[in-house]
Design a binder for this molecule. Structure first.
Ligand code: PEP
Ligand code: MG
Length: 589
């Protein structure tokens, strides 16, 4: 019997809970993909020639990169490419591939890949950091050669034949959004952070996921058996028998708790002493409306409408948008459907609209800024939302507002859209609720100036944390600084919520913080009226709310506001959740 390969444990950031075991599907760029096929003896010289040409091109590219790097940041840093050149010039390696063509009668891509993997695995097994690095070099150079051999189109997840765990350097939110849950049972990436839209999508679809693993895409090979523990952020290549047994027992226990939680579906999100919270859901795709009530949430607190605009070649028309929004409103009625106007930019871009690249896209031409500069696109969406509002449960909110002026401008365009509909004789709710997202610190600080112009605030903590703490939400290197329990964030939350109540309007929280069961008591204690969370997290959030007394939550919030560090606050939160809902802590472990 062949030796069981050594178990390799990688730690990243768990962004979507759950445990899955399956075969790895390495999603590299399209060019990296190759098809394995049989070749006849006559084809061998052609394959050799293709290989030699690809090697020449690869060498040329490496020299070019080396020169660029050397000019930009100095010769020392360009040294790594010497190691890459050594791979291309390694005659033993090259000869082995050429011999493999006659021995296996497979195309050069397949033989090269097999030889390179063997080399890389042998190097990776040696207990020497320098040689282990060379394994990454071999894989890196091999990818480049494969790219030069084929120039193929981007790898397509939909082509997968059996359910797999996708491993990639990074995934765009639009790629994650189009994943088919039957085919992709989990994913893991080198880059990313918990509030990147890719991570949010993973939670929305409900597939376990880990990001920020640094080099998983070069450590794993196609077809390896891997285990994803999306709660703990553990990615295990070739899991051992003992580990699989241990996980089996753990999963059984979790399943039992989850079944218990589903019984809460139709119960109110109300504390033991009668404080009601509106528990609603964040969704990105209209078809997810069905999962809202199924998970025990009431209505949609955030519909990320921009996903309608991604992965397509043209903008959706007013009619097309209207159909989607009206259908959403119909499915949720009488619960609310809060449609956020498009939040493009940041990490979500239109594929067909060529916009100049920005150094800081999250602080650039994004969301309401983009909409106010493109009134035609904005008003088309406003008219579609207004028409859908005829069903009376539709509300609208503007993202990334940073000043009162933007609210006034957006409201003026909304009035123009209403006038156009009146003119056209189209029905809409003239009195629809308009809210703003509070996700830029300046908006939180001038909440008192904004409040008179809106009916609600929805606090977007994903961005609020990013902008307040100056921590890029998609950069895994500084993910350790991304702290929703930072005292600065608590002060902004408190200020915003208190001001909304002084103006007799409500405040919800729709950032990922609201879906973290540990933080739910804190947010309730700060006075949040609504928590809008990913549907899959709603059962846990509801369980915590129902086990809590409002007085405990208030006490916690007071202590948290007097704390000096994010950790102190988090410890307090964990303590209370452990006390009132220990089963939730078990689920999260
Ligand atoms: C937020 O910023 O908290 C939010 C909910 O919006 P998004 O994650 O789409 O930026
Ligand atoms: Mg946001």
């Amino acid at each position: 019997m062949a030796d069981q390969p050594r178990e390799i444990i990688l730690e990243g950031i768990g962004v979507s809970p759950g445990v899955v075991i399956g075969k790895a599907f390495l999603l590299t760029t399209e060019e990296d993909r190759f098809v394995e096929r049989e070749i006849t003896g006559d084809e061998i010289p052609r394959e050799v020639a293709r290989f030699e040409e690809a090697l020449i091109e690869t060498r040329r590219q490496i020299h070019e990169i080396q020169q660029k790097v050397s000019a930009a940041i100095g010769q020392d840093n360009a040294g790594i490419f010497d190691a890459h050149l050594l791979v291309v010039d390694d005659r033993a390696f090259v000869e082995e591939v050429i011999r493999g063509l006659s021995a296996h009668h497979r195309n050069v891509e397949a033989v090269l890949y097999e030889v390179a993997e063997r080399y890389a695995e042998a190097l990776g097994r040696i207990e020497d950091d320098y040689l282990r690095e060379r394994a990454a070099d071999v894989r890196d150079v091999t990818r480049r050669i494969l790219r030069n051999l084929s120039g193929k189109s981007r790898s397509d997840i939909m082509e997968m034949e059996e359910p797999c765990i996708v491993v990639a350097n990074d995934l765009a939110p639009s790629e994650t959004a189009t994943m088919d849950k039957d085919k992709v049972i989990g994913f893991a990436t080198d880059l990313g952070s918990p509030t990147s839209h890719t991570a949010i999508m993973a939670r929305a679809i409900g597939i376990p996921a880990i990001v920020g693993l640094h080099d998983v895409s070069v450590r794993v090979s196609v077809g390896d058996e891997v285990l994803v523990d999306g709660g703990k952020g553990l990615f295990i290549i070739h899991p051992s028998r003992e580990r699989l047994d241990r996980y089996g027992k753990l999963l059984e226990n979790r399943k039992h708790i989850e079944t218990e939680l589903t019984r809460l579906k139709d119960e109110p999100a109300e504390t033991l002493d009668g404080y009601q919270v509106l528990l609603s859901a964040n969704i990105e795709r209209p078809e997810d409306a069905a999962s809202v009530r199924a998970h025990g949430a009431r209505g949609v607190g955030l519909f990320r409408s921009e996903y309608l605009f991604l992965s397509r070649e043209s903008l959706p028309s007013e009619e097309e948008q209207y159909e989607v929004y009206a259908d959403l409103a119909r499915r949720l009625f009488p619960d609310p459907a809060i449609i956020r106007t498009i939040d493009l930019g940041g990490d979500k871009f239109l594929s067909h609209m060529r916009t100049a690249p920005e150094l800081n896209p999250f602080m650039g031409w994004r969301a309401i800024r983009f909409c106010l500069a493109q009134p035609d696109i904005f008003k088309t969406q406003l008219r579609a939302i207004l028409r859908a509002s005829a069903s009376e449960n539709v509300k609208i909110m503007y993202p990334m507002v940073s000043s009162v002026d933007e609210v006034l401008q957006a409201n003026a365009l909304l009035e123009e859209a209403k006038a156009e509909l009146r003119e056209a004789g189209k029905k809409f709710n003239d009195d629809l609720d308009v809210g703003v997202m509070i996700e830029v610190p300046s908006a939180a600080l001038v909440a008192d100036l904004i409040a008179p112009h809106v009916r609600f605030f929805s606090i977007g903590t994903n961005d609020l944390v990013q902008y307040t703490l100056a921590v890029d939400r998609v950069n895994e290197r500084i993910a350790y600084l991304y702290k929703p329990t930072h005292p600065a964030i608590l002060k902004l939350l408190k200020n915003t919520i208190d001001i909304s109540h002084q103006h007799s309007i409500w405040s919800g929280i729709c950032g990922e913080m609201a879906g973290n069961p540990l933080l739910v008591p804190l947010l309730v204690g700060l006075g949040a009226d609504e928590l809008s969370v990913s549907p899959s997290l709603a059962p846990m959030v509801k369980d915590v709310i129902r086990k809590l007394r409002y007085t405990q939550a208030e006490e916690l919030a007071a202590k948290a506001l007097a704390s000096v560090s994010p950790k102190e606050v988090l410890d307090l939160c964990r303590e209370l959740t452990q006390e009132v809902a220990p089963e939730i802590i078990q689920l999260m472990e």
